[in-house]
Design a protein around this ligand. Structure first.
Ligand SMILES: Nc1nc2c(c(=O)[nH]1)N[C@H]1C(S)=C(S)[C@@H](COP(=O)(O)O)O[C@H]1N2
Ligand SMILES: [Mo]
Length: 198
């Protein structure tokens, strides 16, 4: 993959890159609720459900055979840390949409992950060109702690929307707040306007 094909997340071009109330780290903290799931790529599946012509699954090999993109982004955790200059590689959300057979009524996407974790996005936020299902970080496969085999990355929203250990997408016509969104976090999560809680 040629480096000129890197998608630059637009927030990395802001003059002030640290949103209000955040401080910078370069340690890439590990943060999640519950235990790190046992990930076994041989039994792994990525499911497409909801408002699609027909539900289906991709196995790990088929997922890894999809076209990949690179995205350069910053990330912002609602607990206050931000990390700049992250290089991700994986399958873009647009590729997933193109494959899905999505129906026109679909307005939201629910991201499903291991152990019942979910997060919700509008289709508009999901379809931004810097959103991807990452399999690599800084040119090496993601560690299990950071969400391997596949994690979502939504650079322009607080990092809780970036579900680790993703198992599929569900398209819906109504919104359905996810794991953190039903536990006090904001439904949208824009770090620049501090959509943190409530
Ligand atoms: N499956 C799952 N994904 C998750 C979470 C979680 O609890 N479970 N926490 C989110 C939060 S709050 C953050 S800040 C990031 C942290 O990702 P990292 O551990 O790779 O830094 O994962 C997000 N994705
Ligand atoms: Mo977070």
């Amino acid at each position: 993959m040629k480096d000129e094909n890197i998608i630059i997340s637009p927030d990395t071009e802001k003059q002030q890159r640290i949103p209000p109330g955040q401080r910078e780290t370069d340690r890439f903290p590990v943060l999640h609720h519950g235990a790190v799931p046992k990930t076994d790529t041989s039994g792994w599946q990525f499911t497409f459900t909801g408002l699609v012509q027909k539900s289906f699954v991709l196995d790990y090999k088929s997922f890894m055979a999809l076209p990949m993109v690179k995205v350069f982004s910053d990330i912002h955790c609602v607990t206050g840390w931000s990390q700049l200059n992250m290089l991700w590689e994986g399958v873009s959300s647009r590729e997933i949409i193109a494959l899905s057979g999505i129906l026109p009524e679909a307005k939201y996407v629910i991201i499903n992950a291991e152990n019942g974790f979910t997060t919700n996005l509008t289709l508009t936020d999901f379809m931004q060109p810097d959103v991807l299902f990452a399999v690599k970080y800084n040119e090496v496969p993601l560690s299990i702690d950071h969400g391997a085999p596949v994690r979502l990355v939504v650079p322009r929203l607080y990092f809780w929307k970036s579900a680790k250990w993703v198992t599929g997408v569900e398209f819906t016509d109504g919104d359905r707040p996810g794991f953190w969104e039903t536990r006090g976090y904001h439904n949208h999560g824009d770090p620049w306007t501090e959509e943190r809680y409530g």
